[in-house]
Design a protein around this ligand. Structure first.
Ligand SMILES: Nc1nc2c(ncn2[C@@H]2O[C@H](COP(=O)(O)OP(=O)(O)OP(=O)(O)O)[C@@H](O)[C@H]2O)c(=O)[nH]1
Ligand SMILES: [Mg+2]
Length: 207
């Protein structure tokens, strides 16, 4: 339902932008609050889902042009949990140096941020899984990070397509039994499945 749950919306609507960090060493001081991060290929909808979850229009900057988010952006929710908007990976049109720098930034964050309690890996439902996403699952698994898969932009797909997609991803996720948690199906545009992400993050914040 587009309006969602009032208490959850209030919880997430109490938020503040902590900062935008172009290098990992700058963010170490925020370690006393647990983090959950949104990671995925460029343009998959990471910044949009943060806006949908927090019921704000422009908390996280979104763009039609891939490669919009180029630093680690931190949003504190209700003083208890941080939402982390990471740059996208796998975008061919940014320079090789920039791509490598962003890759290092994402990797350093995932490997070293001890307060990171959950990663949401976003996959554009229509595009499906790419090699760079499998590299991300491997990085999370090797770093012992629990993660979920969030299919985005489901407003563009049919129900039967999504059901086949889930079946094929279920079989791939057997390789990640140690760290894989759940699937989510979302549309930030239509507010579908956003309440499920809100509930999941709320539960994480209570751990
Ligand atoms: N149809 C549809 N479009 C969406 C949805 N979510 C995001 N978009 C569009 O996808 C584009 C990219 O969205 P962003 O949220 O900026 O993506 P991002 O993953 O943060 O991108 P980078 O920061 O460049 O890595 C924008 O044009 C959004 O409007 C959705 O649920 N449905
Ligand atoms: Mg972004």
């Amino acid at each position: 339902m587009a309006n969602g749950n009032k208490s959850l919306n209030n919880f997430f609507n109490t938020n503040k932008f902590i900062g935008s960090f172009p290098s990992y060493r700058d963010i170490k001081k925020t370690l006393n609050i647990p983090d959950c991060c949104f990671v995925g290929r460029s343009n998959v909808g990471k910044s949009s889902i943060i806006n949908a979850v927090t019921r704000t229009k422009n908390l996280a900057k979104t763009s039609k042009t891939p490669g919009r988010t180029q630093s680690i952006n931190i949003f504190l929710i209700n003083e208890v949990i941080n939402l982390i908007d990471l740059p996208g990976y796998g975008y061919a049109k940014v320079s090789k140096v920039m791509r490598e720098n962003l890759g290092v930034l994402i990797e350093e964050y995932i490997q070293n941020q001890s307060s990171l309690i959950h990663a949401y890996v976003l996959l554009d439902a229509k595009v499906g899984v790419k090699n760079s996403d499998i590299d991300m699952f491997d990085l999370l698994n090797d770093s012992n990070r629990r993660f979920s898969i969030v299919f985005t932009k489901i407003d563009k797909c049919s129900k039967s397509y999504l059901s086949d997609l889930e079946k094929s991803m279920e079989s791939l996720m057997k390789m990640y039994k140690k760290t894989f948690h759940n699937f989510f199906f979302t549309s930030s545009k239509k507010f579908e499945g956003i309440i499920d992400i809100q509930k999941d993050i709320y539960t994480l914040s209570k751990q």
